[in-house]
Structures are given as C-alpha cells and as structure tokens.
Write a protein that binds this ligand. Sequence first.
Ligand code: FE
Ligand code: FE
Ligand code: MG
Length: 171
Amino acid sequence: MAKKGNSIIKGIEIDELISLLNRAYADEWLAYYQYYIESKVIKGIMKDAAIAELDQHAADELRHAGLIADRIIQLGGTPILHPKEWFEKTNCGYDAPKDFDVLNILEDAIKGEQCAIDVYSKIVDLTQGKDIVTYDIASQILADEVEHEEDLVSLQEDILEFVNNLKGNLR
Ligand code: FE
Ligand code: FE
Ligand code: MG
C-alpha cells in the first residue's frame, strides 16, 4: 500500500505519525526531567519511598525517549533537535515543583502519567493493525505509564493513610 516514497503505511500518513511521535518524544524528555528534579528537591513524609519511585520512573522515561527517537529515525524522520522545541511540541507540558512537599509532587506526577496514558492510547489506536512496529513500541510504553500511575497512586494512598493514623493517635 506504499505510495509516493512510502509516505503512507496502510492508511497512516507517515509524516503525521512522525509528528505524533515527536510530540510524545518531547513529553518523555520533560517527564524525565520533572522526575529527575523532583527526586532531588522532594521533602516530607516517606520521602525515601517516593525518591525510589521517582528515580525509577525517570530512568523509564529516558528509555522511552530512546525507543521513540529510534522509531522516528526508522520512519525517515528526525527527532526534535533543540530542547526549546520540547515546549512547542509537548502534549503533557511540564510542572515545575512548586513547593517540594511529597504529596504535591505526587499529585503533579500522577497528572503527567494520566496525560501520557492518553497520548499512548491514541498512538496505539492509530497504529493497530497498520504499523505493527510502532504499535508494539507504543503498547510497551503504555503498559509502563499505566504501571507508573498505579505506583504513584498507591504511594499517595499509603502516605495519606500514614498521616491519618498519626492524626488518630494524637487525638
Ligand atoms: Fe514515558
Ligand atoms: Fe511515566
Ligand atoms: Mg514504579
């Protein structure tokens, strides 16, 4: 089904796919840095458990960026070359840590993961049965983002429970 120098795979415009992948690529770098810096500045209750999670997620986001860059190149595109473009292309934006409290940081990170889940769900839907390689990569990343979101929500619940128990004991 290739047409005009493989510009279309089974009904998908390759340029459009590359552009979606570059947007996701921008998201991954911003997510990587957000986790990286959150892990440095975070303060408060159970912060060691949070730091372990944030560091693990930072490493995953950087790995995702690599998977997407490689796929963009395979498709004949160029991954974003200048960091300033991350902000022009991002779907999910960047939440600089405002106050460094663990619960605020978790809240921002959860929002970011929900956005990432949305982005990869769309890429999975678009490529299913059409571009198997991109579909596989996006599905793997989607599974990681779902796990990230669940890890953060369960940590948030543990912290809230701990805080509530403390309050109960003080009553
Ligand atoms: Fe990611
Ligand atoms: Fe993630
Ligand atoms: Mg995790």
